[in-house]
Write a protein that binds this ligand. Structure first.
Ligand SMILES: Nc1ncnc2c1ncn2[C@@H]1O[C@H](COP(=O)(O)OP(=O)(O)OP(=O)(O)O)[C@@H](O)[C@H]1O
Length: 282
């Protein structure tokens, strides 16, 4: 679990990016930070791995105050994925993915084998391993970014608008694959987006921020859509909130129905002689 207690970030020029934030981020779930541009989402995210230090307040990861952990060590347990993937342009895909294992002086051959496994896991053809980032599509690059963040198998992943640089169709595919992957991996994920649809689709819980770094509401997607805490949240959710909620509830229903179907045991083989014989025995 990650906790923020009374966290404020004021930049040297006086800008308050995050204001007195209290937030509990559940382990093994996806927590989405959403809000308009400049509301402090990225600042909040980057305080978790100490790329930015808070002005006041306390952040803990698994009960430990992060100020007590030296930043390189802390970051080994925290994967970081950014918009447009941030890949090293002069390194091949496989070497990009194995960046952290190389830094940790892991066996090169092992690191590469694992990188190939990760490529498959995130839906990349391993034939792309020797290419360079510029030779991949935007969606493929994002997948490499996710694979690279997973390479050290960190329990926590910070994801800053990771799918926003691709077209809506690819974006939808990446989101679906990411959800599938997360259902296997159960990482603690903090995911930043400014897109409420993405937040509703991915988030177990959603933190809505407003400009000034104020947390306006922290709730499950269903609670958020059903009961916006104030006018700002209502406006941010938009006029089609009702449609979104309906779609969300329908998706939940479909998932529950699929789970029920999976839970029902397969019908037993009919006895020799077929159904008529089975009926006759009753
Ligand atoms: N280094 C900095 N110095 C001064 N102000 C900064 C700095 N970095 C960010 N800010 C300001 O802090 C506020 C929050 O910025 P932040 O990047 O956290 O917001 P955001 O919600 O992630 O925005 P976006 O969606 O546009 O990326 C903004 O007003 C921004 O201009």
């Amino acid at each position: 679990m990650i906790t923020f207690t009374g966290v404020t970030k004021r930049y040297p020029d006086g800008t308050v990016a995050v204001h007195d934030l209290d937030l509990e981020i559940a382990a093994g779930r996806i927590t989405v930070l959403v809000g308009p541009s400049g509301c402090g989402k990225t600042t909040t995210l980057r305080m978790v791995n100490r790329m930015i230090d808070p002005t006041s307040g306390t952040i803990t990861v698994d009960g430990r105050d992060i100020r007590e952990v030296d930043p390189p060590r802390l970051r080994r347990g925290i994967g970081y994925v950014i918009q447009q993937a941030g890949l090293f342009p002069h390194r091949t895909i496989i070497d990009n993915i194995a960046t952290v294992p190389y830094l940790l002086h892991q066996d090169k051959k092992q690191a590469r084998t694992r990188a190939l496994e990760l490529m498959e896991r995130v839906g990349l053809d391993t034939a792309l391993a020797k290419r360079y980032p510029a030779q991949l599509s935007g969606g493929q690059q994002q997948r490499v970014g996710v694979a690279r963040a997973l390479a050290a198998d960190p329990p926590v992943m910070l994801m800053d608008e990771p799918f926003s640089a691709v077209d809506p169709i690819v974006r939808g595919q990446l989101q679906d694959e990411f959800l599938r992957l997360q259902s296997e991996l159960e990482k603690t994920i903090v995911f930043v987006t400014h897109d409420i649809d993405e937040a509703v689709k991915l988030g177990h819980r959603i933190a809505v921020f407003q400009v000034g770094g104020v947390l306006a509401q922290y709730a499950t997607p269903d609670e958020l859509l059903a009961n916006p805490a104030n006018d700002f949240v209502r406006d941010f959710l938009g006029g089609d909130r009702g449609i979104r909620r309906l779609r969300f509830v329908q998706e939940l229903d479909a998932e529950a129905a699929a789970e029920r179907r999976a839970a029902v045991p397969e019908p037993a083989e009919p006895p020799p002689g077929g159904e008529a014989a089975a009926a006759g025995e009753r």
